[in-house]
Write a protein that binds this ligand. Structure first.
Ligand code: B12
Length: 236
């Protein structure tokens, strides 16, 4: 087993109890285009970490219930930092988080790492998982750690290529999604209405749910509600 495979297996084992998974390496030869590591060098390798369907929901809920003091106003971000930060510290990697400004280009990294492309909703679609996956963090490494072991990410079929009906674009009751834009204000306005509260807010985004790809990985109800509450207007 190469050093990189060994490290991958070690990280996968550390993430597994938390319902998180390694989601592929984005490579930046010579550090070109890679994010800055804690030591000021550019990363040559970034390992994306994320959830596969509802895999993280139960471990996250358990942590939130056990550690209300640490969960805070952004519990999912804080949980991600607790889990991934500890792994990064243990292996000397630099941790990156999708929620931290200035935003790191997680979707661009995921395109490199997993060969994914954007759905008309802007969310990256996976051939097996559909729209039911996300990124909770990434680990950056310097070149010398794995020199010579890099190979390019996989090339995958893009599920939207053969989809002519595009049910995702037709399903939004607020008319907030189109192939070239997401009207956040229209989405939030609808979410604040009675129809929005009973529909999308309670049951999850209709546009996301309309996609038939990966429907077996659909998030559990609690997780759907959690993400909608994060997207919706502030309470009160
Ligand atoms: C700001 C933000 C938002 C904002 C604005 C999003 C927007 N559409 O403008 C708000 C709060 C509205 C939002 C909402 C949601 N978001 Co958001 N969001 C982000 C965040 C934090 C930063 C995005 C950014 O500016 N990146 C900076 C640029 C430089 O990065 P980039 O990778 O190069 O940019 C790519 C994308 O931005 C993409 N892109 C952006 N807009 C659009 C629109 C279209 C039509 C297309 C095709 C591509 C596209 O183009 C770039 C590709 O090179 C990212 C996390 C992150 N750090 O990336 C999550 C992220 C993109 N969001 C994500 C998700 C899941 C959502 C929601 C579905 C969540 C929900 N509550 O249901 C909704 C709906 C999104 C939608 N339909 O657009 C996921 C996407 C995962 C995936 N499978 O791709 C991310 C990666 C977070 C995560 N933890 O996984 N989001």
């Amino acid at each position: 087993m190469s050093g990189l495979s060994r490290l991958h297996a070690e990280i996968a084992a550390a993430l597994a109890p938390h319902g998180l998974h390694p989601r592929g390496f984005a490579r930046f030869p010579g550090g070109a285009g890679g994010p800055l590591l804690d030591d000021g060098r550019s990363a040559c390798l970034v390992l994306l970490i994320g959830n596969v369907g509802g895999s993280m929901w139960r471990p996250f809920c358990d942590w939130r219930a056990a550690e209300p003091g640490r969960a805070g106003a952004n519990p999912l971000d804080n949980w991600s930092k607790a889990v991934i930060g500890a792994i990064a510290a243990g292996i000397g990697a630099t941790a990156f988080y999708p929620s931290d400004p200035p935003y790191q280009p997680f979707q661009r990294w995921a395109m490199l790492a997993e060969g994914l492309k954007a759905s008309p909703l802007g969310i990256l679609i996976h051939p097996a998982l559909g729209l039911w996956h996300g990124y909770r963090g990434a680990l950056g490494f310097a070149e010398h750690v794995f020199e010579g072991e890099a190979s390019s990410g996989p090339s995958r079929p893009h599920p939207c290529d053969g989809c002519t009906d595009r049910p995702c674009l037709a399903a939004c009751p607020a008319g907030a999604v189109a192939a070239d834009r997401f009207d956040v204000a229209a989405c939030r306005k609808f979410l604040a209405s009675d129809a929005g509260r009973e529909g999308c807010m309670d049951k999850g985004c209709h546009a996301r749910a309309a996609c038939p790809v990966g429907s077996g990985f659909r998030y559990p109800e609690g997780q759907l509600r959690f993400h909608m509450e994060a997207l919706g207007p502030p309470p009160g």
